[in-house]
Design a protein around this ligand. Structure first.
Ligand code: GDP
Length: 238
C-alpha cells in the first residue's frame, strides 16, 4: 500500500489509500518513551549510526522545538527559543528505544555574521553528508509565509545531494486552512521549478496536535525498512 518512488534522487512515499482509517490504525506509532541522549559539536562523537535517524531543521522561530515536544508528548524536551548564534549543537533524542530524533540548529538568523553562517553551512553539510543512518530530513516551513528563498535554497541543496526530505508546515492554527493551503501550494509550485516531484507534505500545529499522527506514521513506516549500516569493530566503516 505504501509505494516508494525514486525521483530526482530522493524517495517519496505515497499512500494508496483504500481504507485510510484502517491503515492509519494498523500503522500508527505510539510514543512510549523520549529521552535526551547527547548534544554534539563534532560529527565524530555522534552515537553509532545503528538506529534510523530523522533530522528536524528550519528557520529560527519556525516552531521546531514546539513541534518536537508535541510529537513526543514531552514539554521541555527540546528547548524553545534558543539564542541565535550560540554554539551549534546536534541534539539527539532516542524515541521508544528505537529511533533517533535529531534537533539541528536553525538557519536564517537575521543578525548572524557571515563567518557564523559559513560555519553553520559547513557543520550542517558535514552532518548531512556523513550520517549513514539519516533516513529523512524533516524541513520545517512556517505555514503563514509565502515561499521564502532561504527555505527553497535549503531544499534545493538537499535535492542536489540526493537526500530524502519531507516538508512540515508549522503553526497552521494561526490562520485559516484556506490560507495554509495557498501557502503550501505556492511552495510546491516553487519547488517544481527544480524538482520533478514534490516530497511528502505535512501540515501541523503544535497547539492543536494537527498532523502529529501523520508525521509519526511516516517515520514508523520508514523505520520498518531500516537496516543498520555495516560498522567495523573499531568503529570505522567497512
Ligand atoms: P524554534 O525556534 O524553531 O524552536 O521555535 P519555537 O518552538 O521556540 O517557537 C517559536 C514561537 O512560536 C514560540 O513563541 C512558540 O510558542 C510559537 N509556536 C510554535 N509552534 C506553534 C504552533 O503550532 N502554533 C502557535 N500558535 N504558536 C506556535
Amino acid at each position: 500500500m505504501w509505494v516508494v518512488d525514486y525521483v530526482s534522487g530522493f524517495t517519496t512515499y505515497h499512500y494508496h489509500s483504500i481504507n485510510y482509517s484502517l491503515i492509519h490504525y494498523l500503522y500508527r506509532m505510539i510514543i512510549k518513551s523520549a529521552e535526551f541522549v547527547c548534544s554534539n559539536t563534532q560529527i565524530s562523537k555522534l552515537p553509532p549510526p545503528v538506529k534510523p535517524e530523522y533530522a528536524f531543521i528550519g528557520r529560527s522561530n519556525v516552531g521546531k522545538s514546539s513541534l518536537i515536544n508535541m510529537l513526543v508528548n514531552k514539554k521541555g524536551l527540546a528547548k524553545t527559543s534558543q539564542t541565535p548564534g550560540k554554539t551549534q549543537l546536534i541534539n539527539h533524542f532516542i524515541i521508544n528505544d528505537n529511533w533517533y530524533l535529531v534537533d539541528l540548529p536553525g538557519y536564517g538568523y537575521a543578525r548572524i555574521s557571515k563567518s557564523k553562517k559559513e560555519d553553520w553551512d559547513k557543520f550542517i553539510r558535514n552532518y548531512l553528508n556523513k550520517r549513514e543512518s539519516l533516513q529523512c530530513v524533516m524541513v520545517l516551513i512556517d505555514s503563514r509565509l509565502e515561499p521564502q528563498k532561504i527555505d527553497l535554497e535549503f531544499c534545493n541543496m538537499l535535492g542536489e545531494k540526493g537526500l530524502p526530505f519531507a516538508l512540515i508546515f508549522t503553526k497552521a492554527d494561526k490562520q485559516s486552512a484556506t490560507k495554509t493551503d495557498q501557502h503550501v501550494a505556492l511552495f510546491k509550485k516553487a519547488l517544481l521549478a527544480t524538482f520533478e516531484e514534490v516530497p511528502d507534505v505535512f501540515i501541523t500545529s503544535s497547539e492543536s496536535g494537527l498532523g502529529k499522527d501523520e508525521v509519526l506514521n511516516f517515520i514508523h513506516h520508514i523505520n520498518q525498512h531500516f537496516s543498520p549500516p555495516l560498522i567495523s569493530p573499531k568503529g570505522g566503516d567497512f
